[in-house]
Ligand binder design. Sequence first.
Ligand code: SF4
Ligand code: SF4
Length: 137
Amino acid sequence: MTDDAGQDDDPVVRPGTPSFRCIADECGALCCRNPYRVDLGEDEVNRLATVVDVWEVVEERAAMVLMRQSDDACVLLSDDLRCGEYDVRPRGCRDYPFRLELEEGRPPRVERDLACPGFIGPPMTESEYQELVAKLA
Ligand code: SF4
Ligand code: SF4
């Protein structure tokens, strides 16, 4: 653990970083709203196309983006602030607010989105951190 572990402005996740708990009811499902963007791979487009009929894909740098509702929320966000297609939600949504960075010759590095207000739990232990890395891999 380094001295700066757990700092609020450090996007790198390590043992000591506050653990995450989703507080969608308090934040209003911030991550599913404007500035909203979920990149989709082609397999995800095909998978979601089987369950979503009111949507549009926008090609953008080889990625695709789910359509927004009129209030700039994701088209799949329900009124109860839950994902309307939780079981088939995109990979990026499953991993959020974390992202695994893989670089050849270096150990995997986990980053977090500092815009998410859910980092309010006790400091992450080493084993919790390793579990997170395994889950994201
Ligand atoms: S992941 Fe973070 S931003 Fe998204 S609903 Fe949960 S607490 Fe809010
Ligand atoms: S697909 Fe679900 S989890 Fe992802 S942004 Fe839309 S509502 Fe949120």
